[in-house]
Structures are given as structure tokens and as C-alpha cells.
Design a binder for this molecule. Structure first.
Ligand SMILES: NC(=O)c1ccc[n+]([C@@H]2O[C@H](COP(=O)([O-])OP(=O)(O)OC[C@H]3O[C@@H](n4cnc5c(N)ncnc54)[C@H](OP(=O)(O)O)[C@@H]3O)[C@@H](O)[C@H]2O)c1
Length: 258
């Protein structure tokens, strides 16, 4: 059966740029892909952590950037393109999460979260797509979240940005797949990383960053559009997506106590 995306099974000499790879899922994925033979470039703000990840990757290219600085993703891409001639895969993994209720949000905090989680992805996508279209190949991986499926309490800034990424990935797929590019949407459930360390509630179906990286690698090999995991959790949330509001709201209140 035809798949929605190319199946990536052989990583030898694949050029992969991971944005948001100084810790957590991005770092684990960088290590996993480097071990499989990919040429890896990694970006985030904390250079020392990037260098530690690069050492575990056997010498990845380190491009320290703050994705919220206008033009930084484009200039990093120019540098990488100059060295590599392009990239086979760009993974947008940078993200920020602060659990907040609606009354705790400020204009500044919302802007800060949405700039990392959403606007920076637009910056990066618009920087790399022209090169990939000219080459007629390449792929984009957008790391969203099951928090983007429907509204959840404590995700007042995080959820809307992740919902936007799901919508963006669908549009990118419609535009770019017929032109030879791959577009993948990654929707993790709870993963044990610094981002979730501040959650004070028991996280259902929590998995490690290494397990998340394995799921992403398996998903990229399968040719699917959406890579979601762990299935025992994400399938439940997919069902919740179908509920009418009059059932959804009371169920969320009851299960979260919020
Ligand atoms: N953990 C989960 O349960 C979970 C669930 C669903 C989705 N996700 C998504 O998975 C992605 C990775 O998160 P994670 O859980 O692995 O958390 P993490 O360990 O905190 O990783 C976040 C990464 O984003 C980078 N980053 C944050 N702000 C940045 C900025 N302004 N400029 C450049 N890089 C920046 C961080 O590096 P620096 O701080 O060094 O810049 C870090 O490398 C995020 O998009 C997150 O929303 C996570």
C-alpha cells in the first residue's frame, strides 16, 4: 500500500538538522540518528549542553541559536546549507511549557511561549523550504503534542501553539508532498524530560526520552504522516477528540480535577 511519506530506513549519510536538541527528545533523537549513520547538526540556546550531546553523537555540528531571535534560524540555515548543500530532514523540536491557568497568563508570558512553540517554526520552515523545493527532496518534522488535540486546563499558552502546529503540518503536507517533500507530524504524550519535570501531577503513560526517540525513528520508517505515542495514551485522547463539548468538558474536569 502507498504510504503518505517516504519510508526512511537507511540513515547513512542523511543530513539531519535538529532544532531543540540540547536535552530531552531532541537530544535523544540526535544520538539515535547519529548512531544509525546520519550526519547530525544540533541547535538550541545552551551551547555547553549541545557540545555534550554532540560528543555523544560522535561529533555533531553545533549551531547554537535562540529561535526567538528574528533571523537566527535563517542565518543558521545559511551556514549549514553552505557546509552541507542542504538537508534531508529538519526536525523542529524546540519547545517551552509552563503550566498556567487562564488567570495566570500575561501578555508577555503568552508571547514568549507562542514565539518558541509556534512562530519560530514558521521562521524555520520558511527558511528551509525554498532550498528543499529547489532540490525536489527533503523533509520537515514538526514536533507538536497531544495537548494540541483539544483544550486542556494548564495549557493556556502551550495548547494553542501546539494546535497551530498540527494545522500547519497538515497544510505543509498538502502543499509540499506533491512537490517531493516529506512532512511528518509528531504528537507525543507524556515524556520524561526537563519540560515535564515541573508537572506536579502523576503523568499517565509516561515514557523516557529514549523511548520517544525510538518511536519517532520507527514512525519515520513507517511512512505515516502522524507519529503519535505511546499509543495506549494517544488513542484515548484521539477518542476524546470525537466527543461533543457537553461530554468533553465534564470528562476533562472530572479526570484532571481542574
Ligand atoms: N516532554 C513531553 O511530555 C512532551 C510532550 C509532547 C510534546 N513535547 C514537545 O517535544 C519537544 C521537545 O521537548 P522535551 O520534552 O524534549 O523538552 P526539553 O528537554 O525541555 O527540550 C526542549 C528543547 O527546546 C530548546 N529550546 C527551548 N527554547 C528555545 C529557544 N528559545 N531557542 C532555541 N531552542 C530552544 C531547549 O534548549 P535550550 O534551553 O538549550 O535552548 C531544548 O533543547 C517540545 O516541542 C515539546 O513541546 C514534549
Amino acid at each position: 500500500m502507498a504510504t503518505l511519506n517516504p519510508r526512511i530506513r537507511d540513515w547513512r549519510d542523511k543530513r539531519v538538522w535538529l532544532i531543540g536538541a540540547s536535552s530531552g527528545i531532541g537530544a535523544a533523537l540526535a544520538e539515535r540518528l547519529a548512531a544509525a549513520g546520519a550526519r547530525v547538526a544540533i541547535s538550541a540556546r545552551r551551547e555547553a549542553r549541545l557540545r555534550a550531546v554532540a560528543a555523544r553523537c560522535g561529533g555533531a555540528r553545533v549551531l547554537p541559536i535562540d529561535v526567538t531571535e528574528c533571523g537566527r534560524l535563517a542565518s543558521a540555515w545559511d551556514a549549514l546549507r553552505g557546509e552541507w548543500g542542504g538537508a534531508d530532514l529538519v526536525v523542529f523540536c524546540a519547545g517551552s511549557f509552563h503550566p498556567r491557568r487562564s488567570w495566570e497568563m500575561t501578555a508577555e508570558s503568552a508571547r514568549a511561549t507562542l514565539t518558541v512553540n509556534q512562530l519560530a517554526v514558521f521562521d524555520g520552515v520558511s527558511a528551509v523550504v525554498p532550498t528543499m523545493l529547489a532540490a525536489g527532496c527533503g523533509g520537515l518534522v514538526l514536533v507538536s503534542s497531544v495537548a494540541g488535540y483539544r483544550g486542556l486546563p494548564q495549557a493556556v499558552e502551550y495548547g494553542p501553539g501546539k494546535a497551530a502546529l498540527i494545522n500547519l503540518a497538515e497544510i505543509l503536507y498538502l502543499d509540499l508532498a506533491p512537490r517531493g517533500l516529506g512532512v511528518w507530524l509528531v504528537d507525543p504524550g507524556f515524556v520524561d524530560t526537563p519540560l515535564t519535570a515541573r508537572n506536579e501531577f502523576p503523568m499517565p503513560a509516561l515514557i523516557s526520552a529514549d523511548a520517544a526517540a525510538d518511536e519517532i525513528v520507527a514512525g519515520l520508517a513507517s511512512g505515516k504522516f502522524e507519529i503519535h505515542f505511546p499509543k495506549r495514551f494517544t488513542r484515548v485522547l484521539k477518542l476524546l477528540r470525537l466527543l461533543p463539548y457537553r461530554w468533553y468538558f465534564p470528562l476533562v474536569r472530572r479526570s484532571t480535577g481542574l
